[in-house]
Design a protein around this ligand. Sequence first.
Ligand SMILES: Nc1nc2c(ncn2[C@@H]2O[C@H](COP(=O)(O)OP(=O)(O)OP(=O)(O)O)[C@@H](O)[C@H]2O)c(=O)[nH]1
Ligand SMILES: [Mg+2]
Length: 283
Amino acid sequence: MIISQSDDDDIQLETLPDNAEYDALYKLILLGDGAVGKTAIGTRFCKGLFKSGYKMTIGADFFIKSLRLDGKNMKYQIWDVAGQSRFKSLRNMYYRGASCGILVFDTTVYESFGNLENWVLEFQDETGRTPMIVVGNKVDLPDRMVAPDEAENFAKYINAPYIEVSAKSGRNINRLFASIYDLIKEHRQSIMIPKVKALPIDQAFDELEQILKTIDNQAAATVALKITRYSIFKEVPFSVTVQNMTQWIRYLENYGWNEQSRQAMLENIPAWKHNYKIINIEE
Ligand SMILES: Nc1nc2c(ncn2[C@@H]2O[C@H](COP(=O)(O)OP(=O)(O)OP(=O)(O)O)[C@@H](O)[C@H]2O)c(=O)[nH]1
Ligand SMILES: [Mg+2]
């Protein structure tokens, strides 16, 4: 059976022809166990169709969809990787350069929800801190096995939003892809432009030194690093110092704050001061 008309509430999106000029191209990856509905979500969003028969994906496939969002032309390249475990070794190469991971489970199959953690690890191994969204699919079916609260908690735990959809009815499918755009935008701003103001560079380094000497927590160290990094970024965006500080911020976010990192960073300050004008041409 093929359903082409969405029969449920969803937002409207302005679509563009596939060959339209675009301002930004985003690579999205559909992840999750076999048969959770990854291909069905891609097909519903990109072709406006739903097919009820299951034909497992072999290797990987992709969809293209061009949209007008936020006053810009966006092109989504949506990779649909095979969920069956026999394709595991093929998947990693598709993850590279991803803008967002879409973690799909089937709300009627508990195991597909339990396995999401493995998908997160597999994806993060290749992509680092790329944003993710958790998607509970098949909410049109009555025999639900995963409570919304439980899914919501898992999503919070990996710092991702949660949305419930049905590829069959079309429920929330446009909403899902619109919120992915917001997620990518937010993530970029958090990397490039933290919500801090830039200081003159000398002053930024002085303050960083003072703060690193006295604070005792990761959050304060991260903010101090971000202020300094942003102050340099405004003048020399691709300097070695900006890159090195970014690595430190990631390190602190992953491993927390300790006495060794305080010492190491204090010892780094002269090199940061010295290197901030040097541009790394590999970038
Ligand atoms: N009722 C219902 N069935 C769905 C929905 N989404 C997908 N299905 C069905 O679930 C089965 C599997 O869907 P697929 O999209 O092929 O699953 P997949 O995640 O791509 O699976 P792999 O390619 O093996 O990784 C198909 O029979 C679909 O018709 C949904 O929202 N509601
Ligand atoms: Mg598939």
